[in-house]
Every structure is written in structure tokens, then in C-alpha cells.
Design a protein around this ligand. Structure first.
Ligand SMILES: [Zn+2]
Length: 278
């Protein structure tokens, strides 16, 4: 695990597994508040991020997940009292497939003999409108649409730290990929939305691979756009070796995205049938 301070209010931890990133953000002001975006994987890393938050004065009251993939929603294992905020579509996805993150986590733990002190409970979810804004201390985080890799997702712009937290885009270590609710077209469209944000950023935090500089992010952006347009695997760095992922991508290269479940609001539920003459 590696920890890097990108700004006095932003610390990113990169997991030893899949180089998954998790980011502590403090909203400064008279009553500073903090958030954890995404999560590290291993129990020792979840303990360490709690310790880092304590030492660094990050009073974590909320969690955010860039999307509902199981490896990004483990924050409550470190901060059991914090509420998990996510895209409305992520909430719909989790409610449509109850228990999926827990099942996937158990499978991972079984495969690697990982011992966890407690099971994962996601608690109450806080669905967020996308696009939107989130107040944190005296500052505001901009929430942009991050769908493409999956049908749900958000991208977070932290203006006072000029830091962009992306979810599974612009990874320096893995090829673009999409699940059944995402697609190559949607992923490509997400990259177009990301361009202006990268231009303003000092740091970019992809979901996997650790924080990268503005210049590195622009290089990855070009490589990933070329890859999605023409199928040419980048020749720089570890992506060259992603033969398996490339094959998997080719199998769904032009596949359209499956629809996501809709979040059913209580007031939208059908009522009892009207009684004639009542
Ligand atoms: Zn991921």
C-alpha cells in the first residue's frame, strides 16, 4: 500500500491489490468535514486508512463510491458509522442485485485466504443526483456523470485541490473495460466529457494505478481514445501486456449496453386498484 498527499486536504492510498485507489478529502472551514472516496481492499489497508485519517485530522463522516463495483464500496469496513453516498444509478444497481458486493468480496477472500474481522454491511445508501454538487466544509465538490465503464458512476472534481477522482478511467495500468451495462461507445463518450476536467487538473486519481499528473493523464487519455477508436493496444507501460483484457474487450467490442434497473421511489409504487363506486 502507498499513501500520497496530493494537497493538504487530499490524501490518496493505493492498494497493493489491483492498485485500487481510495481518497481522503477534507473540506476546510470553521467546521471541517471529510469524506473517503472508494476504498482499499485488504484488511490491513482498511485499518491503515483509518489510522491515516486520525493522524491527518480527517474526520470522515461520509463515504462516496465512484461506481457500484464491489471493490470500490468497502469504505464502511474502515468507517462503520459513515453513510455511503453514490450515484442514483449505483444505488439502483445495488438494490437490484442485493448482496452482490458481499458475495464478490467473500469469493475474493476465499480465493486469497483473507481473514476479515467483520462482514461488509453497506448500511443506508444516499443516492446523489448526477450531475450535481456536494458541500464539504466551506467548499464544494462538483459531481459529473461517470457512466460508461458501467451504466452508473460519478466523477468528482475537487476544485480547491485541483484534483479529479475518476473511477475506472485513465488507468495507467489497465486497458479500458466495460461491463454489460456499459459499452465501448459509452466509455468513449465518457472520455470526451473528461477532457476539459483533465485540462484543469493538477492531479488525476484513476480507480486503479495510483494518482497521476496532469501530463501523464493527457497521455493516457490519448492512448485510451486511440485504443477505443481503432483497437490498437498502447505500446507504453504495462497495458501492452493486457492481452487477456483486450481479448475480452474484442468479444463485446460493438455490444450495446444493457439497461440499468431504475431506482423505485416509494411514492412511485403502484397503489391499490381503485374500487369502483367507492
Ligand atoms: Zn474498479
Amino acid at each position: 500500500m502507498r499513501a500520497l498527499s496530493l494537497h493538504p486536504d487530499v490524501v490518496t492510498v493505493t492498494s497493493s491489490v489491483w492498485r485500487t485507489t481510495a481518497t481522503l478529502v477534507r473540506g476546510p472551514g470553521e467546521q471541517p468535514e471529510s469524506l473517503l472516496i472508494d476504498s482499499p481492499l485488504l484488511p490491513v489497508e482498511l485499518d491503515a486508512i483509518r489510522g491515516l485519517a486520525d493522524q491527518g485530522g480527517f474526520d470522515v463522516q461520509g463515504l462516496l463510491a465512484t461506481h457500484a463495483d464491489w471493490d470500490h464500496v468497502l469504505g464502511r469496513l474502515a468507517f462503520p458509522d459513515a453513510l455511503l453516498g453514490l450515484d442514483e444509478r449505483s444505488a439502483a444497481r445495488l438494490m437490484g442485485r442485493m448482496g452482490e458486493p458481499q458475495r464478490r468480496l467473500r469469493e475474493f477472500d476465499r480465493e486469497w485466504y483473507v481473514d476479515r474481522a467483520q462482514p461488509l454491511s453497506l448500511g443506508e445508501l444516499q443516492p446523489l443526483p448526477v450531475p450535481g454538487r456536494l458541500e464539504l466544509g466551506d467548499e464544494t465538490i462538483d459531481v459529473h456523470d461517470g457512466s460508461g465503464h458501467t451504466g452508473d458512476g460519478l466523477i468528482l472534481w475537487i476544485p480547491w485541490a485541483r484534483t479529479l477522482v475518476l473511477g475506472d478511467y485513465l488507468s495507467p495500468v489497465e486497458l479500458p473495460s466495460w461491463d454489460a451495462t456499459g459499452s465501448r461507445d459509452l466509455y468513449r463518450a465518457a472520455l470526451d466529457r473528461i477532457v476539459p476536467l483533465v485540462h484543469d487538473a493538477r492531479w488525476v486519481v484513476p480507480g486503479h494505478g495510483g494518482p497521476i499528473s496532469h501530463d501523464e493523464a493527457l497521455l493516457v487519455l490519448d492512448e485510451d481514445r486511440d485504443y477505443l477508436d481503432g483497437g490498437d493496444v498502447p505500446i507504453r507501460g504495462s497495458k501492452t501486456a493486457s492481452g487477456k483484457q483486450h481479448e475480452a474487450n474484442l468479444a463485446v467490442w460493438d455490444r450495446p449496453a444493457d439497461p440499468l434497473p431504475q431506482l423505485v421511489k416509494a411514492d412511485a409504487l403502484p397503489g391499490p386498484p381503485a374500487v369502483p363506486g367507492a
